[in-house]
Design a protein around this ligand. Structure first.
Ligand code: MLT
Length: 235
């Protein structure tokens, strides 16, 4: 089975896609579900998210631009913030600069789209292996169209787990991700030393980076289902 890593989203995916935005959208998505959220809705724009307000009960809006909360939203995109809240019974609508967009690209052709981070890496790899028949693509969201070390490192962790679960033929992206993982130090070093990790620290969000480095601390694997009763631009 083929295992490929896209260092940035580009589409045309096999049946299983693992979408990574380790700093921070997929880490935060895992945190919301860990804190009891019953569902996540990922929108293509903040406007679609705001338009959802009032369309159903127990809806909360969460997201960021430039790492800071979007005006009019209930939360930013912080796993540390999520860890202080009880989301039981809530549906969290997410829109972020890169992560939710990468999920939308994946949903265009991927049959099974899973959100992956370091925090759920082993569980996400296990679920992907169980679902895959054609192949697995690991998609790095990056930041503002640039490759993100944190995502490539996370892809390398996922690739290592998958290689321990079965035989895969690798593409260059997977080979690069494995090299980055094996030479990148421990998760906290890799994430805190990345461009976006350093940017988040300047915003006073270093705790998010540390939380995002928690290797396989969760078994929650957010899995996209094409919503029937949601507007265009929502997953
Ligand atoms: C994103 O989705 O672009 C990132 O998670 C940005 C962030 O929350 O810092």
């Amino acid at each position: 089975m083929k295992l490929r890593v896209d260092l940035l989203p580009h589409g045309n995916y096999p049946d299983v896609v693992l979408v990574i935005d380790a700093l921070r959208a997929t880490t935060t998505a895992v945190a919301y579900l860990e804190r009891g959220a019953q569902a996540l809705l990922l929108t293509s724009t903040p406007e679609v998210a705001l338009a959802l307000r009032g369309t159903r009960e127990n809806l909360l809006l969460a997201g960021e631009r430039g790492g800071l909360p979007i005006p009019g939203f209930d939360f930013g995109n912080s796993p540390a913030e999520a860890g202080t809240q009880n989301f039981a019974g809530k549906t969290v609508v997410m829109n972020t600069t890169n992560g939710t967009g990468a999920a939308h690209v994946a949903a265009q052709s991927g049959k099974h789209v899973l959100l992956a981070a370091l925090t759920n890496a082993h569980a996400a790899a296990r679920r992907a292996r169980a679902l895959a028949s054609e192949g697995i693509a690991i998609v790095c969201a990056g930041t503002d169209g640039r490759v993100g070390l944190e995502d490539v490192y996370t892809a390398g962790v996922l690739a290592e787990y998958l290689l321990a679960m079965g035989d895969f033929t690798l593409d260059d992206g997977a080979r690069i991700a494995l090299t980055v993982r094996r030479g990148g130090g421990d998760p906290a070093e890799a994430l805190s030393g990345s461009d976006h990790g350093l940017h988040l620290a300047t915003l006073g969000l270093a705790e998010d980076v540390q939380l995002a480095a928690g290797l396989s601390t969760s078994t929650v694997v957010p899995t996209l289902e094409r919503g029937e009763d949601v507007p265009e631009g929502t997953l």
